[in-house]
Design a protein around this ligand. Sequence first.
Ligand SMILES: [Zn+2]
Length: 100
Amino acid sequence: MFATYLTIGLTIYIILLFVVFFLSKDYKINSFLLLLISIVLTPITGFIILHFTDKRNILDIEYYKCPSCKMQYTEWTEYCPSCQKSGKNISLRPIRFKSV
Ligand SMILES: [Zn+2]
């Protein structure tokens, strides 16, 4: 019985450690240091530290690229305007990237 509780408790503990670790990627803190702190001082401490840490400034850019002529657009249109001039209907592909 005790072993069952221990297993459940450990599983929750490890899941919480993972949550803290993955959340920390958006914050200005060393993820591995926070993971270490969370292992020693419980994940709750990790959450508290994250709460008082600044978030990273994440640049989230989305643009659209024509696979044919490689032109890039900031606004979505159904077909590449450049290729449409030459009579081809080429669908644009959304490209998204995140940067710190
Ligand atoms: Zn094109």
